[in-house]
Design a protein around this ligand. Structure first.
Ligand code: MEV
Length: 427
């Protein structure tokens, strides 16, 4: 394919999806006027087979590499675990290592509420919503049979339909009748399984309700698939009572204030999303579930809690929906995800969810400890300095030297990095 740079600025490209990644890249390069180095960079798909990349999503032209780091010191339910984390943010992996080190002796204890996913079927224009609700509930056995028939493999693995709920929602266009299919999806995240069931049931629900069915889709508020973790940091191991009290106060701030809770939970998701991504799971599904759960009382609040226990130690916990799986989608086919799951040594989705919850708690502990003591910038800047050094053009050994000098001068800035790099090169 040979297209002059900038010769075609139309985004209407017939048959774009049918082209190879390389041919698409040439078209995009021409559109955007990319230089040869940019094209070569995008054409290098690293450790993801271009054929596989092209099958995972549409209109592929390249891949986006994110570093995978490993969190050490984690002991979860008495077992040592090395946790792979995919993130572009410096300090995130180090924070988990530090938090876990300070509680290594007792580690993290975890649990789950189950593997239940919810699919919603929305019926509108129902003349008698209360009656429709009862009529649908009466069909429980029929609904169970229809759901289980959608996925005999899931049933053979011990999963399948578990429960039925019908909710009435007042909306500006009348009362909606919303049926919840509650399904044990075992080691799958379960979106495909429950969406198939919801679509299968939709015509029957329309008939039983006497209304019209619109949406048939899972809920990411997976509040029947909660993962929990707890840990007790000894006051003496974390710098004493003042540090402990600072952490509790930081938590109470987040618990009371949605502005702070958003940042507090963002920090938790730094850890959680990194493991979710490393294992090929759906970061957006987990994030949507976490934030919706944080707002379940009607006011957005903290996903973690911190208290002082009877011995004066810091007792911390986290609870959130964690819809992750080991089979299906990228978890099964992405080789990096497979390798990360092998590092974790998990054989069930439940264990993966428990590990991820513990990482979220560790991440949050470190952030609160830093914020309540020295502030976040000191530790963050040491790592951030390396990024700034690279952005300023440092390569190889120059990166560490420039970064060190930036930290020593307490000035981790691009303009300073450029001057320091010149000094380093001139010395
Ligand atoms: C930065 O990515 C995350 C923090 O802002 C989290 C927090 O404030 O708790 C440090």
């Amino acid at each position: 394919m040979n297209i002059a740079a900038g010769s075609n600025r139309s985004s209407r490209i017939a048959g774009f999806h049918k082209l190879s990644p390389r041919d698409r890249l040439d078209l995009v390069a021409a559109f955007a006027g990319l230089d040869d180095a940019q094209v070569a960079h995008l054409a290098n798909m690293g450790n993801l087979d271009p054929v596989l990349a092209d099958k995972l999503i549409e209109n592929v032209i390249g891949t986006m590499n994110i570093p995978v780091g490993v969190a050490t010191n984690m002991k979860i339910d008495g077992e040592d675990v090395l946790v792979p984390m995919a993130t572009e943010e410096s300090s995130v992996v180090a924070a988990v290592c530090n938090a876990a080190k300070q509680v290594y002796e007792t580690g993290f204890l975890t649990s789950v509420s189950g593997n239940l996913m919810i699919a919603q079927v929305q019926a509108v224009e129902v003349a008698d919503p209360a009656g429709a609700r009862i009529r649908i509930l009466e069909k429980r056995d029929e609904i169970k049979a229809a759901c289980d028939a959608c996925d005999p493999v899931l049933v053979s693995l011990g999963g399948g339909f578990r429960d039925l709920e019908v909710r009435l929602l007042d909306t500006p266009s009348g009362t909606m009748v919303v049926t919840h299919l509650i399904v044990d999806t075992r080691d799958a995240m379960g979106a495909n399984a429950v969406n198939t069931m919801a679509e299968k049931l939709a015509p029957s629900i329309a008939a039983w309700s006497g209304g019209r069915v619109y949406l048939r889709i899972l809920s990411n508020l997976a509040d029947r698939r909660l993962a929990r973790a707890r840990a007790v940091w000894k006051a003496a191991d974390i710098g004493g009572e003042a540090v402990r009290d600072g952490i509790v106060s930081a938590y109470e701030f987040a618990a009371a204030d949605p502005y702070r809770a958003a940042t507090h939970n963002k920090g938790i998701m730094n850890g959680i999303s990194a493991v979710v991504l490393a294992t090929g799971n759906d970061t957006r599904a987990v994030e949507a579930g976490a934030h919706a759960y944080a707002a379940r009382s009607g006011r957005y609040t903290s996903l973690t809690t911190y208290e002082v226990d009877k011995d004066g130690n810091l007792s911390a916990s986290i609870e959130l929906p964690l819809a992750v799986g080991l089979i299906g989608g990228a978890t099964k086919v992405h080789p990096t995800a497979r390798a990360c799951l092998a590092i974790l040594g998990v054989t069930t989705a439940e264990r993966l969810a428990r590990i991820i919850a513990a990482v979220g708690l560790a991440q949050n502990f470190s952030a609160l400890k830093a914020l309540a003591t020295t502030g976040i910038q000191k530790g963050h800047m040491a790592l951030h300095a390396q990024n700034i050094a690279m952005m300023a053009g440092a390569v190889g050994e120059e990166i560490d030297r420039v970064a060190r000098l930036l930290v020593e001068r307490a000035s981790v800035r691009m303009d300073v990095a450029q001057k320091v790099l010149e000094e380093v090169r001139g010395s």
